[in-house]
Design a protein around this ligand. Structure first.
Ligand SMILES: Cc1cc2nc3c(=O)[nH]c(=O)nc-3n(C[C@H](O)[C@H](O)[C@H](O)COP(=O)(O)OP(=O)(O)OC[C@H]3O[C@@H](n4cnc5c(N)ncnc54)[C@H](O)[C@@H]3O)c2cc1C
Length: 400
């Protein structure tokens, strides 16, 4: 089987890993010229932990994971208004048991797929059944084309239709970038809300750096394709004067090597395949960073899609069983936490106080039940065993 995967983020290499192990000839085409380093800690939750274990990567991930011991909401002076330690809800709370910088996880997956043909700096421009045309000019035939190219998926646009049908803008933007370790995080993630729907956060990272995030609400969805300079200007305009450590973060932003800026969106597609093309990860189902299950759904989806492709007589049947197996898990993964954007980035001081209060109440009855339901969604799928994927391999040796 010849498979083309568009997107070398998390979902693409994860699926490539399994397909290559099952004997497929796998090519991954990635728009950017090299692997993208950016991103905060992402969580590997619930059933996704089983998937990385089956990949033989659990220890490699553990060695690189961020030592994050909890999440605290602070006011402008740094006083803690609410907090949740990492072990709340059995390690499935706001901070999960396994948190790893997104760029580190992407790198681990690339290193674990040496037999896969990666083509950076290219993209698909046309799909005609099995014939795929690339921006670089070539045309090739594949049995299956997997769109694992994120929220702004090119495969989805080409094979499924315009993004407006599938992408819902949730009313805000986020910038992530690396800053120097301020020295006082003590392994906690700090989050600060300012009136006007502005949010700033700092997360510990391994070594002498930390990850900063600046998010804000905005009615206009048209800013997602800004140049870096324009994106930085927009972030500065919205965040200046919001208080806390925001002046330091804004000052560090232009020097960051891994600046990442995007709108906050949800992606929902009714049927995940059309002919030979199928969607995986954020391209087909994304709850937004607010829902927090994107990386786990990508890892699980990569495993299930590869497994079903090894089982079925033809790709379309495999796509259908992949969607059936994933449907309930993804549906709950797309659910936003209670209050959605209004709770994540409240507009008024009163709403910020309400957020702090409801976070303090989260571990107590009756809120605890709602929170438990939210955090248990990472478990809502039973993985099948696929014999073609289960060949035992040794964990790759990592050289540092
Ligand atoms: C740089 C970066 C940083 C991120 N940081 C965070 C974070 O801090 N927190 C968080 O919750 N989520 C973050 N995300 C999103 C998170 O990685 C995903 O929600 C989740 O892991 C699902 O992964 P994915 O592989 O489906 O999508 P992604 O990780 O978005 O990967 C998609 C890949 O496809 C590539 N691509 C896009 N269009 C095309 C095209 N037309 N042709 C070929 N390739 C294409 C992209 O460059 C990217 O490498 C980040 C994504 C990126 C790209």
């Amino acid at each position: 089987m010849r498979v083309l995967i568009s997107g070398a983020g998390i979902a693409g290499p994860a699926c490539a890993f399994w397909l290559h192990r099952a004997g497929a000839e796998v090519t991954v085409v990635e728009r950017t010229a090299e692997p993208r380093p950016g991103g905060h800690a992402v969580d590997v939750r619930g059933v996704a932990r089983t998937v990385v274990e089956r990949m033989g990567l659990r220890e490699t991930i553990r060695r690189r994971q961020v030592d994050e011991r909890g999440w605290a909401m602070v006011d402008g002076t740094g006083r803690r208004l609410a907090e949740m330690p990492a072990d709340a809800f059995g390690g499935e709370g706001i901070v999960a048991e396994i948190e790893i910088a997104r760029g580190d996880l992407a790198r681990i997956l690339l290193d674990a797929t040496p037999g896969v043909d990666y083509r950076f700096g290219d993209r698909v421009t046309a799909i005609d059944d099995r014939t795929v045309t690339f921006a670089s000019g070539g045309t090739e035939r594949y049995d299956v084309v997997i769109g694992a190219d994120g929220v702004h998926s090119g495969v989805r646009e080409l094979a499924f239709g315009p993004r407006e049908r599938f992408v819902r803008y949730l009313g805000g933007y986020t910038a992530y970038f690396t800053v120097g370790d301020p020295g006082d995080l003590d392994h906690w993630m700090l989050m600060y809300n300012a009136p006007g729907g502005r949010v700033a956060y700092l997360r510990p990272k391994n070594g002498c750096t930390a990850k900063a995030g600046l998010s804000f609400r905005h009615p206009d969805p048209s800013y997602e394709r800004l140049t870096r300079a324009d994106a930085e200007r927009l972030v500065s305009d919205r965040m200046t004067g919001a208080g806390w450590r925001i002046p330091e973060l804004l000052a560090a932003m232009p020097g960051a090597g891994d600046f990442y800026f995007d709108s906050i969106n949800q992606v929902r597609v009714d049927r995940w395949w059309r002919g030979r093309a199928v969607l995986l990860g954020d391209a087909g189902y994304c709850g937004s960073p607010l829902a927090g299950l994107g990386t786990s759904m990508s890892l699980v989806g990569g495993y299930v899609l590869a497994g079903e492709l090894t089982r079925a007589a033809d790709p379309e049947r495999a796509f259908a069983t992949y969607q059936d197996a994933m449907a309930d898990y993804v549906e709950s993964g797309l659910e936003l936490p209670p209050g959605g954007m209004a709770m994540f980035a409240p507009m008024s001081r009163t709403a910020i106080r309400l957020r702090a209060f409801s976070t303090r109440m989260m571990t107590r009855w009756p809120s605890r039940q709602i929170a438990e339901r939210q955090f248990s969604k990472a478990e809502r799928i039973t993985l099948r065993d696929y014999p073609a994927l289960s060949a035992q391999i040794d964990e790759p040796v990592q050289h540092h």
